[in-house]
Ligand binder design. Structure first.
Ligand code: SF4
Length: 243
């Protein structure tokens, strides 16, 4: 499939789903894939609320990109922060870097800094748009284009789920999309600063995320179901293929 066809298909998925399942929200970490979706939403002038989760542990480069994207596209970005009292209690009890101590504490940290704010952002929404791709990791290889997120009671659209990393880079170059400078320093996937490292050329693109854990646990929980498992195509109730 050519890049033109990929773009046309993704734009159609976005147009159709944002009408059918309005109101729509797009969760962006301002990584490369999310900047493709951000650019598509702007290019198509879609009625989508763009939001990001400021965990308090992001790189300065990521925060700078949030600001740069606001100026570039002229579209507001809603920024959500963790609940201050809950975070105070967690850090007081377990320390500021508890995520290195165990998978359980790492998931608690992601829960406080990401999942709870995500729930607030998605409250009342009918569609959740993401920039997930299947080839990003073993935990994402069975994701569908469109599914029903039963836990949150909304439709979930992954409009570039079938794109390759090369498709993403070609799109970013073609439309001169603003990107995080950390990508050029060996960070293909960018999360919180203490939980992300640069990867070597031969390593998988998400090898730098929670690198001290086994690959199967390396998700922050944003995209898992109510039983704590990643929502896979076979498990999800397919709402409708948007293509
Ligand atoms: S990625 Fe790390 S610092 Fe960020 S919320 Fe998860 S455990 Fe906490």
């Amino acid at each position: 499939m050519t890049l033109e066809q990929r773009i046309s298909e993704a734009a159609q998925r976005l147009r159709e789903a944002t009408v059918q399942y309005a109101p729509a929200a797009f969760s962006s970490s301002f990584g490369a894939e999310d900047m493709v979706v951000h650019d598509l939403i702007a290019r198509e002038s879609l009625a989508v609320e763009i939001f990001t989760l400021d965990t308090g542990r992001l790189h300065d480069e990521t925060l700078a990109l949030v600001h740069r994207a606001r100026l570039h596209y002229g579209i507001p970005v809603r920024v959500l922060y963790p609940d201050a009292a809950d975070l105070d209690a967690f850090v007081t009890r377990h320390g500021p870097n508890a995520f290195y101590d165990s998978v359980a504490l790492r998931k608690q940290c992601c829960g406080l800094r990401k999942l709870e704010p995500l729930s607030r952002a998605l409250a009342g929404k009918g569609l959740w748009i993401t920039g997930l791709r299947r080839s990003q990791s073993v935990t994402r290889e069975e994701l569908d284009v469109l599914s029903h997120d039963a836990a949150r009671g909304l439709a979930k659209l992954n409009p570039i789920v079938d794109w390759t990393a090369e498709d993403v880079q070609a799109y970013l170059r073609r439309f001169d999309v603003p990107v995080n400078p950390l990508h050029a320093r060996g960070f293909p996937s960018i999360g919180c600063a203490p939980c992300t490292r640069a990867v070597a050329p031969h390593e998988h693109e998400r090898a730098g995320r929670w690198w001290w854990e086994q690959p199967e646990s390396r998700e922050c929980g944003l995209h898992v179901n109510s039983e704590g498992r990643l929502v896979r195509a076979a498990e999800a109730t397919t709402v409708r293929e948007a293509t």
